[in-house]
Ligand binder design. Structure first.
Ligand code: BG6
Length: 472
């Protein structure tokens, strides 16, 4: 981490935000006509934790937006819960849900905290999930209808994202198995879901552009730079396979509007090794092609890089959902094995702390995907077990400051070298639960006591404010 100096100042006009996701913060899952998502019954059956009250953002949003303003943030990422607008994913709009988002957006705009709004952040309506989710192409039609409704209903929103992290959803659901429906290494479903979600994104972008609205649109990918653990030809090839599966397939689809022959040769190698297949229908690629030059910006999430070793055994994984360091493992048949790099520190959840990966990624986007012009870092942050002593004393989360500082430095270095990065959103604004880890994996600038729903200040919030002030 020697290449990165501490950040001393932010560029003028930089978007300096905090991110949230509807299901992870709102709570209130059964009020005002909201429909069920794919998570409600699943979490209940699992019994590990409940999505209520979450951070009670449904009621506390004025306070959280007030804190954002007070601590120098000029933007907030939120998502609309599809099931607050259309409880079943389609049909008649639920006016109470519509009214809630109008109030939320107004509160943010009035405070000078610009909302950046995603339409889909992992919270698929239960009715549509039961009907095949993204594997059913009808889901795409319903998503386009829902998007059209939102574009018409919420003209106050000027910054849209279609879908958050297609890869996390597709691998969580069908490879790692920690998102419902918990399939393991179902490679066909995973790649098909990715393709179908790309199509949904592209159709929504094409629609948005045809509506000639006063705003911008893009999508969000989390990218995982992949490095061979040592430079043997076998390890390099395994890293290329991982990269194709985690990054390249989606980036090609988004910004080239085609899956290049080189990408497809790697993807086909993975599919063949796993007896899997991908269906692309006539007309799909034309839709992707049209959208590929129409994204106004790209939301990039970055948490970690992966180090890969060639591997020829069966697929298997252990997911570290508890924060017990050293308990995760992941081997993907026909692709490779994720291995620790002794030179790279990790979080308690075994996530590699590697800001160089973010720098490499930004440079790569400029080099390989010229249609991707403006970039916002829409998520980056550190899961940490913050210690709270029950008093108003500022909570010391210095390791988080160090993490964010190094990553923002990587962003600014790439920006100085010509990559058009316009903003950074920390994950997360306030503490919120983590989909597969529950309430003990905290990311927020503001501590939430989940029993009382009181907010407390962390040192990282004060640091965030100091940097915000450098823009003035
Ligand atoms: C991203 C998601 O995957 O990373 C967030 O967009 C998520 O919703 C965040 O919470 C951190 O992941 P995790 O698994 O630590 O909560």
């Amino acid at each position: 981490m020697t290449m990165l100096n501490r950040v001393k100042a932010l560029p003028k006009g930089f978007v300096w935000g905090g991110a949230t996701a509807a299901y992870q913060v709102e709570g209130a899952t059964t009020v005002d006509g909201k429909g069920k998502t794919m998570w409600d019954d699943y979490l209940k059956a699992q019994g590990r934790f409940s999505p209520d009250p979450a951070s009670d953002f449904y009621h506390k949003y004025p306070e959280d937006i007030g804190l954002a303003k007070k601590y120098g943030l000029n933007a907030i990422r939120v998502s609309i819960a599809w099931t607050r607008i259309f409880p079943k994913g389609y049909g008649e709009p639920n006016q109470a849900g519509v009214a809630y988002y109008h109030k939320l957006f107004k509160t943010a705009i009035d405070a000078g905290v610009t909302p950046y709004v995603s339409l889909h952040h992992f919270d698929e309506p239960k009715t549509l999930f039961d009907d095949g989710d993204w594997l059913n192409r009808k889901n795409i039609d319903y998503f386009v209808d829902y998007a059209k409704f939102c574009f018409t209903e919420f003209p106050e929103v000027k910054n849209w994202f279609t879908i958050n992290e297609l890869i996390s959803l597709a691998t969580g659901q069908y490879i790692v198995g920690n998102f419902p429906p918990n399939h393991h290494f179902d490679v066909t479903s995973s790649i098909q879901a990715q393709h179908n979600e790309l199509l949904a994104h592209a159709r929504v972008v094409n629609l948005y552009k045809s509506m000639h609205l006063d705003g911008r649109i893009g999508l969000i990918h989390v990218l995982n730079p992949v490095y061979p653990i040592t430079d043997t030809p076998e390890n390099k090839h395994a890293a290329a396979l991982y990269d194709a599966f985690l990054n390249r397939f989606l980036l090609d689809g988004t910004f080239l509007g085609e899956y290049t022959p080189e990408t497809m040769s790697l993807i086909n190698e993975i599919l063949d090794a796993n007896d899997a297949h991908l269906d692309i229908e006539d007309g799909d690629m034309a839709i992707l092609k049209k959208a590929s030059t129409q994204n106004d910006y790209f939301g990039m999430n970055y948490y970690q890089s992966q180090f890969i070793q060639a591997y020829d055994g069966p697929s298997g994984n252990h997911f570290n959902g508890t924060g017990k360091k050293g308990s995760s493992s992941f081997s993907f048949h026909g692709v490779g094995q994720i291995v620790p790099n002794p030179d790279v520190p990790t979080t308690d959840w075994d996530w590699n702390i590697y800001p160089e990966g973010l720098y490499d990624l930004l440079k790569r986007m400029k080099r390989e995907y010229p249609n991707c012009k403006t970039i916002y870092i829409t998520e980056n942050g550190m899961g940490y077990k913050d210690e709270f002593d029950g008093t108003d004393k500022v909570i010391d989360d210095s390791p988080r400051i160090d993490f964010v500082d190094q990553h923002v430095a990587a962003v600014l270095k790439a920006r100085d070298e010509g990559v058009d990065v316009q903003g950074y959103f920390i994950w997360s604004l306030q503490d919120q639960f983590s989909w597969a880890n529950g309430y003990n994996k905290r990311y927020g600038l503001f501590y939430v006591d989940f029993k009382t729903q009181k907010r407390y200040i962390k040192k990282s919030a004060e640091w965030y404010k100091e940097l915000a002030d450098t823009m003035k």
